[in-house]
Design a protein around this ligand. Structure first.
Ligand code: BG6
Length: 496
């Protein structure tokens, strides 16, 4: 098998949905024009409403144009779209699966895909388990090549529901055939965390509780809940962002160097971080976690409504749209170093950043006692900018001998001069090549739910009578600032 140019059928369940249109089709196209998809591939779009292959190809084309892919590539786009097929489908009907199987067998023959099949579940999670079992019972997983299941979040809503789902899909696919997507793991600068840490003599020796005072991970959004309230009301920011993306970033920042850069070793180091996370009892949760819900406010020059006024939310909703937390990792490297996280909707900026704050020198000749010393900071800009900034102190030019903080900047954009690949583009390519390193293993999912569950239980038991408690267009409730202040720290916010 040519591993760099894999052959496969890709079945997308939920092919008329938002994810397929906004992310999957453009990513597949970029892989195609980048020469990373051989001609031996076909995509079968599966969804409820009836549609012909031609109509589906038109939708795909529209999605590519919508994504800003150049229309002058018309010819290429048409050839690409000719690989797309549509299959109207009822997830509950055996016949649907049997017919889908015949289509797959025919396409496998036509495109010489050697029996390789990816089943991509880009749809409502309540169907995940049922689809996986039907794929097995109707023979779709019995193929001469490899088979892989790609599954979007949410993977359950707590540990018991995640276990149940896992059992259902494990009946049909083995763990190494399951690719649980966390799209943050496909982001360029999230992948860069390991390189920054493990390829630099400058950082790794300092990457521990002797030299780091705290680590901050912020992922803020300006968007509100939009038309996703149906899902979000049951989820909230804790399940939507913290259980997956935020904890995954923490794991990459905290893990030990893996002995090799392969899937097993990297995952096993991340799992050890999850195992070392300190769990909080229901009574302790308020000391470590802050929840928030946005009220109306101004974003740029736009007035926006509060969460409780959004369509499909309850006027008394207790759902958090913001979470800040202090995590403690009880192991030798990190004992005593807080990892602060915060994420929320309708905040002042769309931005994901990591700040590593180093401890001050025990004695600094340039900052006499009582004078504020600017700590060294390493800022990893995940998005929208991609790069790193190192904040250090230097001499102010001139005769005074005073110091001044300076920044050393590295920006991906200006160095590479191109937009880095979309997270989904990488992840689909990894899945085609059978590399599961940047997908979440079941053990990571289970351990992160275990950690999250005690927090959500504490919150469910105690209504947030103070909601809504932050204004749209701000960085969240004041209590989130106090969470750091009581430890003698502050949130660092930087633009590049
Ligand atoms: C998704 C959440 O997983 O991540 C969304 O469900 C959130 O609510 C999104 O908006 C944020 O992703 P990104 O890549 O825009 O930071």
């Amino acid at each position: 098998m040519n591993i760099d140019n894999p052959k496969s059928l890709i079945v997308i369940f939920g092919a008329t949905g938002d994810l397929a249109n906004r992310k999957l089709f453009p990513s597949l196209y970029r892989l195609y024009i980048g020469g990373k998809l051989s001609e031996q591939f076909a995509v079968v779009g599966v969804a409820r409403r009836p549609k012909s292959n031609e109509q589906f190809r038109e939708n795909v084309k529209d999605a590519l144009l919508e994504a800003g892919l150049p229309p002058q590539e018309d010819e290429k786009i048409n050839t690409f779209c000719s690989h797309f097929y549509y299959h109207p489908f009822d997830v509950q009907s055996s016949d649907s699966y049997i017919q889908l199987n015949s289509t797959l067998e025919m396409l496998d023959h036509d495109y010489q895909t050697e029996g390789n099949r990816i089943f991509y579940l880009a749809m409502a999670p309540e169907f995940f388990g049922m689809i996986a079992s039907n794929l097995k019972s109707e023979g779709l997983t019995k193929t001469s090549g490899w088979k892989r299941l790609v599954i979007e979040k949410p993977f359950g809503r707590d540990l018991p529901s995640a276990e149940e789902l896992n059992e259902q899909i494990r009946n049909a696919f083995s763990e190494n055939e399951i690719y649980r997507i966390d799209h943050y793991l496909g982001k360029e600068m999230v992948q860069n965390i390991e390189v920054i840490r493990f390829a630099n003599a400058l950082f790794e020796p300092l990457w521990n509780n002797r030299y780091i005072s705290n680590i901050q991970v912020t992922s803020s959004e300006t968007l509100g809940v939009g038309d996703r309230a149906g899902y979000y009301e049951k989820s909230g920011a804790l399940r939507d962002m913290v259980q997956n993306h935020m904890l995954q970033m923490v794991a990459l920042l905290a893990m030990e160097p893996p002995s090799r850069l392969n899937t097993e070793e990297v995952r096993s180091e991340k799992v050890k971080v999850f195992r070392s996370l300190r769990h909080f009892s229901v009574d302790e949760v308020d000391d470590y976690f802050v929840r928030g819900q946005y009220k109306g406010g101004t974003l740029g020059d736009k007035e926006v409504i509060g969460y409780r006024e959004e369509a499909q939310t309850s006027p008394e909703s207790n759902t958090e749209t913001y979470v800040a937390g202090k995590l403690l990792i009880d192991n030798f490297r990190w004992a005593g170093v807080p990892f602060y996280i915060r994420t929320g909707k309708r905040m002042a900026a769309k931005s994901t950043k990591i700040v590593i704050e180093f401890k001050n020198l025990p004695m600094n000749l340039y900052f006499p006692a009582g004078e504020e010393q600017q700590p060294n900071l390493l800022v990893i800009h995940i998005q929208p900018e991609e790069g790193i900034t190192l904040h250090i102190n230097a001499k102010k030019s001139g005769p005074s001998g005073e110091t001044t903080p300076i920044k050393m900047d590295f920006s991906n954009q200006s160095t590479a001069g191109i937009n880095t690949p979309e997270a989904y583009e990488r992840l689909i390519y990894d899945c085609l090549r059978g590399d599961a390193t940047n997908f979440t293993h079941w053990d990571e999912v289970a351990l992160s739910w275990k950690f999250i569950d005690s927090i959500s239980q504490a919150w469910a038991a105690k209504k947030a009578t103070y909601f809504p408690n932050y204004e749209a267009g701000t960085m969240g409730p004041d209590q989130a600032d106090m969470l750091l202040e009581k430890d003698g720290f502050q949130w660092w916010s930087f633009n590049k």
